[in-house]
Design a protein around this ligand. Structure first.
Ligand SMILES: [Zn+2]
Length: 229
């Protein structure tokens, strides 16, 4: 990181950069950073937007966000509790609060918030749709919840990030349940420092979801995902 290359048409690039929900997504036109912590601001010289899911320490670092914003002039999109915490550090015209079912455009890229089943103030998950229609679901620290099935059916996700550890109540099983409900083309186990947990998740996908591929990411490595046919 930063990613020098640009994704091919109908594709996105992503990098998982910490043991939590830290993900960089690059579409052909925009670079989005989600929940940056435990990383230097200079890793993101071309950020167009930073997205924050909730106010917990492993997702929100106001000082780091202010530093990224100052260097790049990017937009910050955040849940209400994080917006409160960022108010004094970010120029008001660059800070946008979001709640479930609201949508904010970053150029031609759509960022839509959905519900997040996690014990924080008003946490959100993010559906990101690239300018050529690649669909990414960043589920933050969420545990499964029934509406995910409907969301998955409607959106037809290319990539879903599934929490498999660290957060309260989460495990490879709850991560798998998110994949089972949303049925993406590619499921990515994250929010863990256990490769065992990621392997357990991969096993369940292989046995029970033959049409979903599991991608176990390595930290700071670039992956490309192409829109499903
Ligand atoms: Zn977390």
């Amino acid at each position: 990181m930063p990613i020098e290359k640009t994704p091919e048409e109908n594709a996105i690039l992503f990098v998982w950069f910490n043991h939590y929900a830290g993900v960089l997504i690059k579409t052909p036109s925009k670079t989005l950073i989600i929940d940056p912590v435990d990383i230097r601001a200079r890793s993101f010289p071309d950020a167009d937007a930073v997205l924050i899911t909730h106010e917990h320490y492993d997702h929100l670092d106001p000082r780091l966000i202010a530093e990224i914003q100052k260097a790049t002039k990017c937009t910050i999109i955040a849940d209400p509790a994080s917006t409160q915490r960022l108010k004094h550090a970010i120029p008001p015209e660059k800070l946008q609060q979001i709640r479930p079912s609201e949508e904010i455009k970053v150029g031609e890229v759509s960022v839509k918030a959905e519900k997040c089943n996690h014990p924080a103030a008003e946490p959100v998950t993010y559906i990101i749709t690239s300018e050529d229609g690649v669909k990414i679901f960043h589920t933050a620290d969420s545990l499964p919840y029934p509406e995910l099935a409907e969301i998955g059916e409607k959106e037809k996700f290319d990539v879903v990030f599934c929490t498999v550890g660290i957060a309260p109540g989460t495990s490879p099983d709850t991560g798998f349940e998110i994949a089972r409900l949303t049925k993406p083309q590619v499921a990515v186990p994250y929010h863990t420092n256990s490769t065992d947990y990621q392997q357990q998740f991969a096993q369940m996908i292989k046995q029970e979801l033959p049409r979903t591929a599991c991608l176990i990411p390595e930290l700071n490595k670039i992956y490309q995902v192409t829109k499903r046919k």
